[in-house]
Design a protein around this ligand. Structure first.
Ligand code: ADP
Ligand code: MG
Length: 551
């Protein structure tokens, strides 16, 4: 028997990395801007601890497109690299300088917000570029370096002319990827991935109108000036302390997140946890409309202020994917498959934390201002009912604040409802019978008939409430739900004084026989008891279980 070692040649693996590292070519810009951000944040940290003796100032990152020269430049004023460092960090694929930095400056992990992880981001530039150049000068007193590589494993390195610390990456965009030289495409990418990154990002300039001087004539045009076009907000609301934000700040951040969304959110939940995982974010309860275009605005997932995805399936429990807002966590493993995500224990903890926070917020809204909570019920009930159905933990909490509206506009909690109906609405087996209508118009006669006997009728009209009722019946054998048009009147224990019929028993029997002849379907029951009601002389009912089977 012989054993051997599979020989992985760099010549073979390099084109593979280029082609398949990331399924999406466009993320190269996100990666390069992330590296530029890291370089700037590292310098900031080194200056703050006295290891770098340079002025930090107000560094920015600049993106420049040179359409004629087919070049894209990403320029930062960060810590730069010496020749040694270029050889170490750039030439060794899958060696992450970011991880090494965090290892060395352990305490820096939380405050610096450094993004890099895998040591592969830089190479994503070869997905769109035939040739990549780096011109970099370290903040340490060392000569500037010019590194150049055409995508083969061969690179050249020489001294360069550059006076200030920082790095410029030059991408020679390939034939097939010239879209990445278009201003509109670059803007789109920057807006998508970098809108909330922590270092200001400049892309071109824009014209700003200044106030007119005092002595200007009315016909004089307002003066203008060219200013840097900064595409990002480096301090988005979710990175701030809740105590420093007003309600209006949350609303304006919502508009910033979803510029095309005109409806205001109902309320927000600020997430902030640093143990056992790091997570910040703001979730909004939107007014749920049937307008599907609005449902396209989804919760966005960020990692250290870099946009990752708006597909949070597996991270946020499904019933909360109807919410909007942002979640930012460095602890969610990225670039891994969804099925892996669902099994990941950190992700599970995140998911149950979010569920708990949402339940707590709903509970405090209910407790602090019940009237307001009732007025919002119709807009939020779908999320709550869906949550009660799908998450046991949420069900337990939501039982306290989930509301059951009556046809007359009262709102009961489940406890209040039980108290309200316990005297009149029990059946022979001592079960509580909760009556409900699903359509006030169509079931009008039945509702009136029930009301005239003193019964409370709920109005439960959301599409999933039926399933919720089933669940509640299964977990509580002293409880049953019946729609007002079901054959409940026979089952409920009759109270003597509600039986004031205008017909004699004989007359009732005669009328009943006549009607039964007309309605030949055996699935229905004619109930004459309802004669007590003003609204209907008699009612035709169907057993609750029959109707549910047809649904
Ligand atoms: P990661 O960011 O995961 O560490 P990358 O492949 O994106 O991996 O980058 C590799 C390393 O190259 C970085 O960790 C960093 O040390 C160095 N580097 C890349 N871009 C820059 C830059 N603009 N300025 C300084 N160093 C950089
Ligand atoms: Mg990186």
């Amino acid at each position: 028997m012989a054993t051997g070692k599979i020989n992985v040649s760099v010549d073979n693996i390099f084109p593979l990395i280029k082609k398949f590292l990331y399924s999406d070519h466009e993320i190269f810009l996100r990666e390069l801007v992330s590296n530029a951000t890291d370089a700037t944040l590292k310098l900031k940290h080194l200056v703050s601890i006295g290891e770098a003796k340079v002025e930090y100032g107000d560094p920015i990152i600049e993106i420049k497109a040179d359409k004629k020269g087919k070049k894209l430049h990403i320029i930062d004023q960060g810590l730069g690299m010496t020749e040694e460092e270029v050889k170490k960090y750039i030439n060794e694929v899958a060696f992450s300088g970011a991880e090494e930095f965090l290892d060395k400056y352990k305490d820096a992990e939380k405050d610096t917000g450094i993004i890099g992880h895998f040591g592969l981001g830089f190479y994503s530039s070869f997905m769109v570029a035939d040739k990549v150049e780096i011109i970099t000068k370290s903040f340490k007193d060392a000569p500037a370096v010019h590194w150049s590589c055409d995508g083969s494993p061969n690179f050249s390195i020489k001294e360069a002319k550059k006076d200030t610390h920082g790095t410029e990456i030059i991408l020679h965009i390939g034939e097939n990827d010239t879209e990445f030289l278009e201003e509109s495409r670059i803007s789109e990418l920057l807006r998508k991935y970098n809108k909330f990154m922590p270092i200001p990002i400049k892309f071109g300039t824009r014209t700003e109108t200044l106030p007119k001087p005092e002595d200007a004539k009315p016909e004089d045009p307002a003066p203008t000036q060219e200013v840097d076009n900064i595409i990002n907000n480096p301090n988005p609301a979710w990175t701030k302390k809740p105590a420093d934000l007003e309600d209006e700040d949350y609303k304006s951040f919502y508009r910033e997140l979803y510029p095309m969304q005109f409806e205001e959110p109902l309320f927000h939940i600020h997430l902030n946890v640093d143990y056992p995982f790091n997570l910040t974010g703001i979730l909004y309860f939107p007014k749920l409309t049937t307008d599907l275009s609005i449902q396209k605005d989804r919760i966005q997932l960020y990692q250290n202020q870099v946009f990752v995805t708006d597909n949070v399936e597996g991270i946020v429990p499904e019933f909360l994917t109807m919410l909007k807002g942002v979640i930012d966590s460095p602890d969610i493993p990225l670039n891994v498959s969804r099925s892996y995500l669902q099994a990941d224990s950190a992700v599970k903890k995140i998911s149950s934390y979010i569920t708990r926070k949402v339940a707590d917020k709903l509970n405090s809204l209910f407790k602090n201002n019940r009237e307001d909570f009732e007025s919002k019920w119709n807009d939020i009930k779908i999320v709550i009912e869906y949550g009660m159905l799908s998450e046991e933990k949420f069900f337990e909490k939501a039982e306290k604040f989930a509301l059951y509206p009556s046809v007359d506009g009262n709102f009961y909690t489940f406890e209040e409802l039980k108290e309200k109906i316990k005297d009149l609405q029990t059946d022979k087996d001592d079960k509580l019978v909760v009556l409900y209508a699903s359509d006030k118009e169509a079931q009008h006669s039945y509702i009136e008939a029930a009301k005239s006997r003193g019964y409370e009728v709920l109005l439960l009209d959301s599409p999933i409430v039926g399933h919720l009722l089933q669940k509640m019946e299964t977990s509580n054998d002293k409880l049953s739900f019946a729609r007002v048009d079901a054959d409940h009147l026979d089952n409920l224990i009759k109270k003597e004084d509600t039986q004031i019929s205008k017909l004699t028993d004989e007359e009732k029997d005669k009328l009943k026989t006549n009607i039964e002849e007309v309605i030949s379907d055996k699935g229905f029951t004619i109930q004459m008891e309802a004669l007590d009601s003003e609204a209907a002389p008699f009612i035709i009912t169907e057993p609750e279980f029959m109707r549910r089977m047809k649904e």
